[in-house]
Design a protein around this ligand. Structure first.
Ligand SMILES: *Cc1c(COP(=O)(O)O)cnc(C)c1O
Length: 344
């Protein structure tokens, strides 16, 4: 193995979508923004399309263009950033459905593309995107007369089931939308797990499809194997890596693998993470460098040819914990230098 190998199990993505779909009251969409959380919007989009996904969500019109090329026409692609200045050509060309976030966006959309589909994003307390209650009351009747495809909002604390913000946002969403005869959506992965009263007509899971928390029952999707470049003896008292980050307490064997923070293997995980040789845990020692990581392989009977960072023994979220971040960030930072293997 000359380059590190990122193995992406598309079958597991599909099974995770089916599991979330089985829990969902209404339809289940799929969020494939940020290049499907770093795993590849084209292969992931095609696998989910073939599994029956009819509604996709991306962050920007540019992402929508790429996804449309991959999945073909006829399926819905919603754009969370709505209709921004300069988006009109992309929205028209790729038949995207912008989720309009403001009265300004609504005016832009109906003027530039009269009769073209759209959805509405409402703010129910997260204060990030969407129309505020007062803004919504002012345009709601006009907007509904245009038959939006979807009215949605987003939960700020859905990964904490007991957080008071969840019921607060649910009530705000109901107050803004009850009685309107248009499909509604409130739940991402976390909201889907909160139970059916959060589901409305469509759920929009993202991270759960890719094997991440808060979907604890998700099948892992990502395996990352790093090739060993060199193995050396480090006698007791010698040090390893930048700033002499680690000192051998006894004679040790240290493997240097190809992969570092330039590949999204976050520097802060040094000293806390581990690599695996089969079932054997090999602690990362010293600092994570730009292209290299060092691990203590003293416990192994034979020098390894590669070590695994993510896979059966260590999930995306375990690695995230070691780096002081969340699984979402680990996935979306996975670099472009990996050889990628897709499993059907
Ligand atoms: C990212 C995002 C989602 C998906 O969230 P997950 O937590 O990854 O399931 C859904 N809706 C909106 C508005 C988002 O920004």
């Amino acid at each position: 193995m000359t380059s590190a190998t990122l193995t992406i199990d598309l079958g597991a993505v599909v099974r995770n979508w089916r599991a979330l779909d089985a829990m969902s009251e209404g339809e289940t969409g799929a969020v494939v923004k940020a290049d499907a959380y770093g795993l590849g919007a084209a292969p992931v989009g095609q696998a989910l399309r073939d599994a029956g996904v009819r509604n996709f969500f991306v962050a920007t019109a540019g992402e929508g263009m790429i996804l449309r090329d991959a999945i073909g026409h006829g399926l819905r692609i919603y754009v969370f950033s709505g209709h921004m200045e300069g988006d009109t050509d992309d929205i028209r060309a790729a038949s995207l459905t912008p989720l309009l976030n403001s009265v300004d966006q609504m005016l832009r959309h109906v003027e530039a593309l009269p009769g073209a589909p759209f959805g509405i994003q409402l703010d129910t307390g997260m204060n990030r995107l969407g129309m505020e209650p007062a803004e919504w009351s002012a345009v709601r009747d006009i907007a509904i007369a245009q038959r939006p495809a979807l009215i949605m909002s987003h939960l700020a604390c859905a990964d904490e089931p007991d957080h008071a913000m969840n019921t607060q946002q649910l009530e705000a969403f109901r107050a803004m939308t009850d009685g309107i005869d248009i499909p509604r959506s409130l739940a991402a992965t976390g909201g889907t797990l909160l139970g059916t009263k959060y589901h409305f007509d469509m759920t929009r899971p993202g991270v759960g499809l890719y094997g991440g928390l808060p979907f604890v029952d998700a099948e892992p999707v990502v395996t990352l194997d790093l090739p060993v470049i060199q193995v050396r003896e480090v006698p007791q008292g010698e040090t390893v890596g930048y700033a002499n980050g680690w000192t051998a307490q006894k004679d040790s064997r240290i493997a240097t693998v190809s992969g570092g923070y330039a590949d999204g293997l976050i520097r802060a995980m040094g000293g806390k993470a581990a690599l695996y040789a089969g079932d054997t845990r090999c602690p990362v020692v010293g600092r994570v460098s730009m292209d290299l990581i060092t691990a203590d392989v003293s416990a192994l009977a034979q020098d390894p040819t590669s070590l695994q960072l993510m896979g059966r023994h260590q999930s995306v979220d375990t690695v995230a914990d070691a780096a002081g971040t969340i699984g979402y960030e680990i996935l979306t930072q996975l670099g472009q230098r990996y050889g990628r293997t897709l499993l059907a």
